[in-house]
Design a protein around this ligand. Sequence first.
Ligand code: CA
Length: 447
Amino acid sequence: MTKSRLTAATVAMVATAGLLLTGCAGGAAGAGDSGEKKLTFMFRGGPDEQKAYEKAVGEFEEANGVDVNIIVTTADQYPTKLKAAIAGRQIPDVFYIGPGDLQAYVKNGIVKDITEYVEGSDTIDLDNIWDHGVDSYRFDGELIGQGAIYALPKDVGPFSFGYNKTMFEAAGIPLPDVDEPYTLEEFVDVAKQLTKDTNGDGTLDQWGTGLNVQWNLQPFVWGNGADWLNEDRTKVTVDTPEFAEALQWFADLQNVHGVTPSVGEAQTLDTYQRWMKGEIGFFPVAPWDLSTYEKLDFEWDTIPYPAGVSGETSAWIGTLGIAVSNSTKHPDEAVKLVEYLTANEEAQQTLVDAGIQIPNLKDMAETWAADTSTMPANKQEFLQIVTDYGRGLPGGNTYNGEWYDEFFTNIQPVIDGKMTAADYLAEVQPKMQAFLDSANQQAGIGG
Ligand code: CA
């Protein structure tokens, strides 16, 4: 979940780049040490996340008599650093892995099959961890989602939708129903009512919404009955009328309905900042936003995304996994660390209290969601995304995500109203298909 808006918060981590290759060199072996076993754990995250994980790892060291050398990077830097470590054969014992990289890492023998460890473990109950989380790291040689386990979820990330309750109340607009998603028409209608020049100086100060195409288009496409791929992941399906309708609607929010900040206004101050200042009515809410949104000086809550012709709300759900290197000298301890970070109650409490994720454990999450006294009151929406209607990002289930990235590479003219969605989709489909064919070929399946 590399999110552009997270990068501003994470600075000064570039220094770890140099540490990676040198720092790992001693840590990986640990052979010279008498007694204490050493592990290297490489992960990524912003300052809140780093602090929370350092605390959890410290507790693990204490309880297990294992020394853990931590290497941490920003989200943006992480893929490059990990690839460098792999290329230099200084693979950390334990490290984060995205579902989109799993197939390649399995095929190249980088990550360890930990099925036997975790299925027979007496310290972890797989049934109490979200299915989406565990299944994202199963791979049977052809498809993700089934087969052997190559990682456990660090978290699951239901990407929910929120609204500024204070703004609704000030405008006298009925609050959205948490059980009945808006239709696309209702959503535009409310967004128009929220778009206002509040001080009468002739320029807008408040907008209905302000969504980023890369992170927010998915619920509207799925909710309109369209998708990026066919079921067996061999055909790119973006060139359908339902898909075009959803993308056009998304672009029209700005170009036809004027319910988002203009391109210029968004450049002055991006919509994430404007949401936090209370200028935006509807905005996404992810679990990793909670620590930041706690400090907002307006009331907000989560709701289901508006639904298109399917009538069903939808949302994407991310996840990051924690894997064990195939070359670790201490597989038992490495798996123990993975289990600890994934499922230890104390560790989970540390991470949840830090406001960076929802609980990984089903029973703990129910208790967490039952507390409606803290925002968002509707924490249930997160759990419903996880258990009911959330879907993985399209690029996560294929050998690589190049075909999916291509979708967004030249999409800006559509968002700017300079090209129709239908024209764009007809043009981009063959390019995406070529990338997908190539990915499937590398994976040895399909095409
Ligand atoms: Ca104004």
